[in-house]
Ligand binder design. Structure first.
Ligand code: ZN
Length: 261
């Protein structure tokens, strides 16, 4: 079975900053997609913020098993209707991976229900990532730790809810630490946050980082059919109760009436 991945790129720094354009001449999104396409079980394509509906039409999401999101400078330009659509897809079972500065992306903040803030510093520090969950599928094939020679520092406290699992923690040269690989379940969807990927460094050319993202795709993939309406909240009539009951006491709602939202 082939896992269909859509890589969503904000595609702003690559077009406006010469350093980023030099590191990612085809855009970060296309670099990530190309790395994923070296795997026979994954077929990745990319869309960007600038595409109509940010590239995330209903049809596109319906044929996306795992969505990867990289954003930074233009979080506020993402239309709320598209954020609703992405969250509905996740709640219905689509996998999603948020990379690096996507910790402040609208869909990530919505799915976390938390500030998602952190401390940071752009000083080209060495980052050492440690596997904290051995034999976790996202860490498959990795050494106990690996290094990125130049990265932006992200430090704790990271304002996210306690995850299902912490797969990596990072140490930075300046002394800070950060939970850099976190998994969540939101509705029927698997969510993975992976920290590395500052735009001025060649992080998405790194073999270990590429392996983590491919592993993350396989982990987030849910082969079950997407739930049609994950927001459905049916009013179940008395006759449809699994055990026979008689209605009693006063009530506000009539049979079949919609609940309040
Ligand atoms: Zn950054």
């Amino acid at each position: 079975m082939t896992i269909r991945v859509t890589v969503w790129g904000e595609n702003v720094h690559e077009r406006e900053n010469k350093i980023v354009a030099g590191v990612y001449p085809d855009g970060m999104h296309n670099c990530i997609a190309a790395a994923l396409n070296t795997h026979d079980d994954i077929r990745a394509t990319s869309v960007t913020l600038q595409d109509p509906e940010h590239g995330l039409t209903q049809a596109r999401l319906a044929e996306t098993d795992v969505l990867i999101w990289w954003g930074h400078a233009a979080h506020g330009d993402v239309e709320d209707a598209i954020v609703d659509r992405v969250c509905d897809a996740v709640w219905g079972g689509m996998g999603i991976i948020f990379l690096h500065s996507a910790h402040f992306a609208k869909p990530f903040k919505r799915l976390m229900g938390a500030p998602c803030n952190l401390t940071w510093r752009e000083a080209g520090e060495r980052e050492r990532l440690w596997v904290t969950s051995r034999h976790h599928p996202i860490a498959a094939g990795l050494p106990d730790s690996f290094e990125l020679e130049h990265e932006e520092m992200y430090g704790e406290p990271f304002g996210v809810p306690e995850p299902l699992e912490t797969v990596f923690i990072s140490w930075f040269q300046g002394g800070e630490v950060f939970r850099s690989g976190l998994t969540y379940k939101r509705g029927a969807g698997n969510v993975f946050y992976f920290r590395p990927g500052h735009e001025t460094y060649p992080t998405y050319h790194d073999a270990n980082v590429r392996r983590v993202i491919a592993n993350g795709v396989r982990w987030a993939f849910n082969p079950e059919a997407r739930i049609g309406d994950p927001n459905d909240a049916p009013n179940v009539p008395v006759e449809a109760a699994p055990e026979p009951i008689t209605a009693r006491g006063p009530r506000l709602h009539e049979d079949g009436e919609e609940g309040f939202r």
